[in-house]
Write a protein that binds this ligand. Structure first.
Ligand SMILES: [Cu+2]
Length: 125
């Protein structure tokens, strides 16, 4: 009779342990669910409009991996060239042409056709 009561106690403890374990699993799964709702902060895309012989905006602050799209909405051709040595540059952009670049560093740039046209890309801290 004593043995039977011990076994009942052991079973009760085992069932309590299973219930606690299931509770912990449920909490962990709900935490994981919350993590999935965190806002996506992946690479961003910015646009520079070229119009009236100027880049607008002329300064952009971005993260490495972000993309900048330059759109020539002017009535003459321009290009996008690293300043001062054209280490990277677009082809000549005729009106309505677009140049896309993934940013890997801060950079000054200019239009080599109209060298007074200048722009700047800085990196966010
Ligand atoms: Cu130009």
């Amino acid at each position: 009779m004593v043995r039977w009561q011990n076994m009942k106690k052991t079973m009760k403890k085992l069932i309590e342990s299973v219930i606690v374990f299931a509770g912990v699993i449920a909490i962990l799964m709900s935490c994981n669910g919350n993590a999935d709702t965190v806002k996506n902060t992946g690479p961003q895309r910015d646009t520079v409009i070229i119009k009236l012989m100027a880049f607008n905006p002329d300064t952009l602050s971005v993260n490495v991996g972000d993309t900048i799209v330059w759109i020539n909405q002017d009535i003459v051709a321009h290009d996008i060239s690293h300043f001062p040595d054209r280490a990277w540059h677009s082809d000549t952009l005729n009106p309505k042409d677009v140049f896309v670049k993934v940013i890997d560093d801060s950079s000054s740039y200019f239009c080599s056709i109209h060298p007074t046209m200048r722009g700047l890309v800085t990196l966010k801290k």
